[in-house]
Design a protein. Structure first.
Length: 145
């Protein structure tokens, strides 16, 4: 059995770039930065940043282009894929994460969560009067069944 699975939680380093494929499907590309903190041999705390190229297709690409912005945290699940091409006699390689699914991270303090990512408790209550329940207690013997 072979497994090619990637889980990433980090911040967007740039806004997603959304393009249309000849088939009409959407493709979004962006990068996510993840941080790692460790102690070196001298005992000093060190920070290391890793950048990951992300590619999404279809409806997810549209949603990512609409709601994801630079600096926003995001959780990505996907698979690794390496592409290669030749340009001017030089072979180039690019390893990227092909996202299968994603979730929005916490909203920035100055902005509200997008409607697609907001939890039901965060969504605005419907306008109009709230349901008023009677104050009287219900006696189980009064229930007809």
């Amino acid at each position: 059995m072979y497994i090619n699975k990637v889980f990433i939680y980090g911040n967007l380093t740039r806004d997603p770039e959304v393009k249309a494929l000849p088939s009409g499907s959407q493709v979004a590309s962006f990068s996510v930065a993840t941080n790692r903190t460790y102690k070196d041999q001298a005992g000093q705390q060190q920070d290391q940043v890793e950048y990951h190229n992300i590619t999404m297709f279809g409806r997810q690409a549209e949603v990512a282009g609409q709601y994801l912005k630079k600096g926003r945290p995001v959780y990505i699940e996907g698979r690794l894929q390496t592409r290669n091409w030749e340009k001017d006699g030089v072979k180039h390689y690019r390893t990227e994460v092909i996202a299968d699914r994603f979730q929005f991270g916490p909203s920035p303090r100055d902005g509200a969560a997008p409607a697609a990512a907001a939890a039901p408790a965060q969504q605005a209550a419907p306008t109009g009067d709230a349901i008023q329940y009677p104050d009287e207690d219900i006696n189980p013997e009064d229930i007809p069944f």
